[in-house]
Design a protein around this ligand. Structure first.
Ligand code: XMP
Length: 524
């Protein structure tokens, strides 16, 4: 069965994955390719539409990311966004100029709502602009269908040729009705039926895995995180006991997490699979003793994981397939798909054990974004508390304990973190009960970390010289940038007071206000 799809051509802009996610929200499957991909290769995918993203260049710059005229002559509808819009105009004979001032931020924009792109929209709409260059003269055959006080061409179209250009960013949430504009393009202009849905994905994936695996043996490293859990359940539904999951408890998990994972996937859980839990806590603590350099810690934790995994694999004997919970952003960020993130190589893609003897890797979630993985998880009947788990780094609490890791420090950060999450969760629940919606300050990720700072305090009549805990909570869309969340003071105070009273060894609590950049979300 051929899958209906739209292709996003990546010119290196920061919102490229967001464009693809929004298209998928319109139930249209979509993939990202670098602008360097030959046109022929793109056409072989038989896309029903093409979207050109924003990018950091200026069309006149030497070496600027570009494309040939042929891209616009295939008859396939093309939508250019920001740089993509300028490029389309430039290549097709229009003019692009550099403005004196950058147009940046929320901008009131006026629309021609007879344009297929803007059907059903109000005539005046707020959009997110971020550009220096602007389209100063339309390419032949184009008309302007949106403008702002400063930009005569905020959007343009050549309906006859199915070409559309938007100067702003419909993919970001700051643009009102942005998803509607993308919907209009992919569903109405491109004529996509919208068949990308998670129930059919799950059904299709199970069938495909069954066909591929036959009666082979499958091995999966289960971390308890969303991705590996969903991958494991898919495999279990497809091949049952032919699957063995290895869960390494490295002693750097959140409080009770090891037991929770075992309860779901272990022998008393609800899935048909072989489950091996390796209790490697002591092994990790001894490897990490005396190590305080963050990268070194990450390396040790990663290498030890691979070693343990290999040991377990040897005990099982030959396996035919190894399952990886790679998801689409990992693929794009490793530079295998898009353009912008050749910068970063991802642990899920790069970090395979070298000495595990297997025939092939299965990556059942390779095409999915995180929110789609969650939907697939619910579809598979995985408990919502697992599906909606906060992101948790592979090196676990190892990167939330600044400096040397010890069993005692792990206890402190686990206990403080459990209290903090409880307090935030119950404040959120109380707010929801009263207002019927989540509070505006609802963080996307929140946890406690242990600083390496000890300070003097007084407890009862005794002097203390104990550690300080840092509470972190961030609002973020993509985890690439983040702001500290505005957690109500009383929630912070209650968490602080409980942490100091209940967690031995902690006598001070800080709230971390740092945004990203310049900070990162994790401490190390
Ligand atoms: P940073 O600290 O880089 O974190 O701002 C961004 C997001 O990524 C998570 N994170 C990781 N996830 N392996 C992972 O799977 C890792 O090594 C890792 N380090 C950070 C972090 O929790 C945040 O959501």
């Amino acid at each position: 069965m051929e899958r209906e799809s739209v292709i996003v051509i990546d010119f290196g802009g920061q919102y490229n994955q967001l464009v693809a996610r929004r298209v998928r929200e319109c139930n249209v499957y979509c993939e990202i390719y670098s602008y360097r991909t030959p046109l022929q290769q793109i056409l072989e995918k038989k896309p029903k539409g093409i979207i050109l993203t924003g990018g950091p260049s200026s069309v006149y710059e030497e070496g600027a990311a570009t494309c040939g005229k042929e891209l616009f002559e295939t008859g396939i509808p093309v939508l250019g966004l920001c740089y993509g819009a300028q490029l389309m105009s430039h290549v097709l004979g229009g003019e692009v100029k550099r403005a004196q001032n950058r147009e940046y931020g929320k901008t009131e924009t006026f629309f021609d709502t007879t344009s297929p792109l803007f059907q059903g929209l109000p005539e005046k709409n707020i959009v997110w602009m971020s550009h220096f260059d602007y389209i100063s003269k339309l390419a032949p055959g184009f008309t302007s269908v949106a403008h702002t006080a400063n930009t005569p061409v905020a959007a343009a179209q050549n309906v006859e040729k199915n070409l559309y250009a938007i100067q702003f960013h419909p993919e970001v949430l700051h643009t009102d009705n942005g998803t509607r504009m993308l919907y209009n393009f992919v569903r109405n202009v491109c004529g996509c039926a919208g068949d990308w849905k998670m129930d059919s994905f799950v059904e299709h994936a199970i069938r495909e895995i069954r066909e591929k695996v036959g009666d082979g043996k499958v091995l999966c490293a289960l971390s308890g995180g969303v991705d590996s859990s969903v991958a494991a359940v898919l495999l279990s539904k497809a091949v049952g006991k032919q699957l063995t999951c290895v869960f390494v408890d490295h002693g750097l998990l959140r409080k009770n997490e090891g037991d929770e994972v075992e309860a779901v996937f272990g022998p008393k859980g609800s899935y048909e699979l072989n489950f091996i839990r390796v209790n490697a806590q002591e092994r990790y603590y001894s490897k990490l003793a005396g190590v305080d350099e963050p990268e070194r810690k990450r390396k040790i934790i990663g290498e030890e994981f691979i070693r343990i995994f290999e040991e377990e694999a040897k005990k099982i004997g030959r396996v035919d397939y190894l399952v990886q919970g790679t998801i689409y952003p990992d693929v794009v960020e490793s530079g295998l798909g898009g353009e912008s993130a050749v910068i970063k190589s991802h642990h899920n893609v790069g970090g395979l054990p070298e000495h595990v003897d297997f025939k092939e890797i299965i990556e059942p979630l390779r095409d999915l974004f995180k929110d789609e993985v969650r939907k697939a998880g619910l579809e598979l009947g995985i408990p919502p508390y697992l599906v909606y788990r906060q992101p948790f780094p592979g090196p676990g609490l190892g990167v939330r304990i600044v400096g040397e890791v010890t069993a005692d420090k792990v206890r402190m950060v686990q206990d403080a973190d459990a209290i903090y999450r409880q307090e935030v969760d119950s404040a959120v629940e109380a707010y929801k009960a009263e207002h019927g919606e989540e509070p505006k300050w609802m963080p996307n990720q929140y946890f406690a970390a242990l600083t390496n700072m000890r300070s003097v305090g007084v407890m009862g009549d005794e002097r203390t010289y104990d550690y300080a805990v840092a509470l972190r909570a961030v609002n973020t869309i993509d985890f690439m940038t983040a702001e500290a969340a505005n957690i109500p003071w009383d929630v912070l105070q209650k968490a602080m007071s409980r942490i100091i009273n209940e967690v031995r060894g902690v006598n001070r609590v800080f709230y971390d206000l740092t945004s990203k950049p310049p900070g990162t979300i994790e401490m190390e």
